[in-house]
Design a binder for this molecule. Structure first.
Ligand SMILES: [Zn+2]
Ligand SMILES: [Zn+2]
Length: 139
């Protein structure tokens, strides 16, 4: 797979994804709605070994997932862009926000998760997997 690069809105944080994603998903949970200010977050789950980040302006907000475990949401403190998340429930995985990719043309979520809280105006997409909450295999 070709390397993918991304950055925050102000450009002071850049990252590189050098491995194929484990999965991609749109997350419709209420926390992602708040954190993104949008209808859902677009997530690229990649192994930690395939992700590198450069820049000094990242901050972390420690959120709590449905599991009760910590969800660390990293963002740029200069421009506020959410960049990636690490969930204690998913060790070794970086959850990169696809909207910050430099080239989003190749991105497509393979699943919708947390459809229970999906905004009502969005139509159901049956081309991909839809889960009410988290996929059963990962809690
Ligand atoms: Zn920034
Ligand atoms: Zn979410």
């Amino acid at each position: 797979m070709n390397k993918q690069t991304g950055q925050c809105l102000c450009g002071s944080i850049q990252y590189e994804i050098s491995e194929a994603p484990i999965i991609t998903a749109a997350c419709h949970c209420s926390h992602c709605q708040k954190a993104s200010g949008s209808a859902y977050s677009l997530n690229i789950c990649v192994a930690e070994s395939g992700f590198s980040i450069h820049g000094e302006t990242q901050r972390c907000y420690v959120d709590q997932g449905d599991s009760g475990l910590a969800v660390k949401r990293y963002f740029c403190h200069q421009c506020g862009s959410p960049l990636y998340t690490q969930a204690d429930a998913m060790p070794g995985i970086m959850i990169v926000k696809a909207g910050t990719l430099d080239d989003t043309s190749g991105f497509k979520p393979a699943a919708n998760i947390w459809c229970d809280s999906r905004m009502a105006w969005l139509t159901e997409n049956n081309d991909v997997l839809n889960f009410d909450k988290m996929p059963p295999s990962s809690t």
